[in-house]
Design a protein around this ligand. Structure first.
Ligand code: SAM
Length: 246
């Protein structure tokens, strides 16, 4: 079954890149199905209003609950017999990682993304829909974007490339950064010499065992240098015999 992705946003055009490249191909091949909805279609006033001033005062505007309520009522009920996982991108959520992407690719068949803007969405929308559906608030990282759309593009791409049948060379996923707890080793292509920089001789040796050892060593060194936090977790997993389970 294709992974179904619904996105509700006030900027549907922002999601146009979902039709390009590998994601576009995945849709043509029936691995992924994307539907983008304009939140303003569920407003009823002349100005198609989706926001209002915050109770309690303060800067900015807050997204009103009514359009979100109607939109989610309709979109989440649009596939009879199926239950969506509602994902609200937000800087205050659990950080979305490769592990999150892998779990979602394997376990979910329908994700409804809710793109906030302004100061965010009235809290009652979370409460209402968390009562009715599995709902996660997921952050792209510890910084603040203007809206959820960029997060949806990133998350959908990360999830979709892990769908079975999606990436041509499955082995290319196995040694990637964040798989198995380490970053990827450095990669090179032709020419062997470029502006005085030489490709490491071991890669030209044709000796597969030595190349594998060199690459593993590079993964360890690079991870220790750039991401000591990952390295520490890798060593802890190694101590518990968990290495390789990403
Ligand atoms: N006032 C909110 C706060 O401090 O948590 C930030 C609102 S932000 C300007 C508007 C919207 O952008 C959020 O509702 C969310 O949908 C999205 N957003 C911002 N940063 C994000 C992040 N790091 N990850 C995922 N979504 C994010």
């Amino acid at each position: 079954m294709a992974l179904r992705v619904d996105v509700i946003t006030i900027f549907p055009d922002y999601l146009a890149p979902l039709q390009l490249s590998l994601l576009g191909r995945a849709q043509r091949e029936g691995l992924l199905e994307v539907h983008v909805h304009d939140l303003r279609d569920w407003t009823h006033d002349r100005h198609r209003t989706v926001d209002d001033t915050p109770y309690g005062g303060g800067a900015g505007m807050v997204m009103r609950p009514e359009p979100w309520g109607e939109a989610l009522d309709e979109v989440c009920a649009s596939l009879p017999g199926r239950t969506p996982h509602v994902v609200v991108p937000g800087p205050g959520g659990d950080v979305f990682t490769q592990r999150t992407a892998g779990t979602m690719a394997l376990e979910l068949d329908w994700v409804v993304f809710v793109c906030g803007r302004y100061e965010g969405i009235d809290e009652r929308v979370y409460l209402e829909f968390a009562r009715r559906y599995p709902l996660s608030v997921l952050s792209l990282g510890d910084y603040v974007l203007n809206g959820g759309e960029v997060a949806v593009l990133a998350m959908t791409e990360a999830i979709a490339r892990l769908l079975p049948g999606m990436v041509g060379n499955e082995a290319s996923l196995e040694e990637e950064s964040h798989t198995g707890g380490l970053l990827e080793y450095p990669v090179y292509t032709k020419p062997a010499s470029w502006r005085g920089h030489e490709v490491p001789p071991v890669l030209l040796s044709g000796h597969h065992g030595q190349i594998a050892d060199w690459r593993h060593q590079q993964r360890l060194e690079r991870t220790a240098a750039r991401r000591p936090d990952l390295m520490q977790r890798y060593r802890e997993d190694e101590d518990h015999g968990d290495v390789g389970r990403s």
